[in-house]
Write a protein that binds this ligand. Sequence first.
Ligand code: FBP
Length: 551
Amino acid sequence: MDLSPLQKARYEYNPKLPKILRNPIRSLKSVEGEATSAATDAQKIRELFPNTYGLPQVSFAVSDVEVTHEPINIGVILSGGQAPGGHNVISGLYDALKNANKESKLIGFLGGPSGILDDKTIEMTDSFIDEYRNTGGFDIIGSGRTKLETEQQFETCAEVCKKHGITSLVIIGGDDSNTNAAVLAEYFLKTHAGISVVGCPKTIDGDLKNEFIEVSFGFDTATKTYSELIGNLMRDANSSKKYWHFVKLMGRSASHIALECALQTQPNICLISEEVEQNNTSLKEIVTSIAKTVADRAEKGNNYGVILIPEGLVEFIPEVKTLISDINTLLAKEEASYNALNSWEEQFDFVTSHLDEAKREVFVSLPVDIQKQLLMDRDPHGNVQVSRIETEKMLIQMVSTELDQMAKTGKYTGKFTGLNHFFGYEGRCAFPSNFDADYCYSLGYNAYLLLANNFSGYISSVGNLTAPADQWTAGGIPITMMMNMEERHGEMKPVIKKALVDLDGAPFRYFKEQRETWAVETSFVFPGAIQYYGPTEVCDLTTRTLQLEHK
Ligand code: FBP
């Protein structure tokens, strides 16, 4: 394989660990804190997790006596969308396991959670791991979106683990995967399967965070990558002064990515889905307000700008949200009749004839491409795939129409050319920033220690992240502590609460204070590319979101 100079250099990078984890692994013992409880729905969660509810928080300390580490086999699964740093979680786990006992084995399940169900495995070796250190992507073992949630699947997991002598499992995933890790841990304890489960918090979306998880890994690198690209667009816009760039940014539901990129780059507009929902802002109002900013800038002779749009926006605009929900139900109920239709005209008539008048009006008002995208294949849960809806194009078209109307009454005299962009996949497999490389390695290393000390139903937790890495904390949090009851497909389920943008939180409040200035003035900031080598204030920067949250 040909290697780029950066890839070669990154192989040599030594990820930084929290101070406590730098001690010889055989000198580390676990320390249990107070018993924990769930913040909400405690009684219900206790009933559902009799074996893993109320477990203590865990940290590590140096022991007076050497701690023995018997050889163990650990299985590891990558779940869901790629996030920079996944390879380092695995290399941290591997190094800890081998430091503790050379006879221990790390077995990767291939292609995501389906790898364990289909018994597709690979045993990791030094030379195998070395090819992936500090690199982006999940190609070390692959990932997938199969959910481990039924008892039958759990039984298969137990059988496959037994076959490979696996007594510990690490699941690297987002809120759903970690919820399922907790359910699996509970099942293994209930059935005396002798397998412990620990999760690691992954997702570029940044929506797996709470009091105990400061940030999910990948968010740092992905937002830095997008911010670099946005900064480049801003410089281009500032140079040619002729385009309005509409940039959609990934984030299935939450707008953390868009907000972070706005804090890093200071665009003219950044829409925040959570605010749109709270204020019940209609699509028409969004379009009118963008057009107004375009017109205000045009008055000053600035026919250019940059607008950030969170991927999940359409599902937060009240009238589009209810429209999508009705279409989801319709397509699920009438799947056979709908699939038998041959032309767009037939599909359009079918859908509009099944919608009530208000929804029909909204549907018909949307550009045809968007109408078609709203009817595209659903994900395995029957939901529309928002990453495939071209909201950025829709807004360009609608803003352009609005500006034409304004021009007729003399309210707009500028020239509008909108260009659309979608930044998502570009950031998910970037070389992890030093922060993500260090954080992920620490998460994996820490996960081993939790498992070696027989903790199950925990999430690996590394904290105090705005401080230098040697001051980071390391330990484990019982997953049940982060759970509440939510309705899923008509049933109340215990789940880790998804963290949306907190409109009372410091990052959003800071953005809100600044945005009027950013809208009219040109206040662009150009973050440039992620730096891996050089002064620490350039290379080890945390996100603005973390900085503001920790102020
Ligand atoms: P995870 O929540 O699994 O980390 O994935 C997040 C994400 O990157 C979203 O931002 C995006 O909507 C989705 O994955 C795209 O999924 P896919 O890779 O299946 O196209």
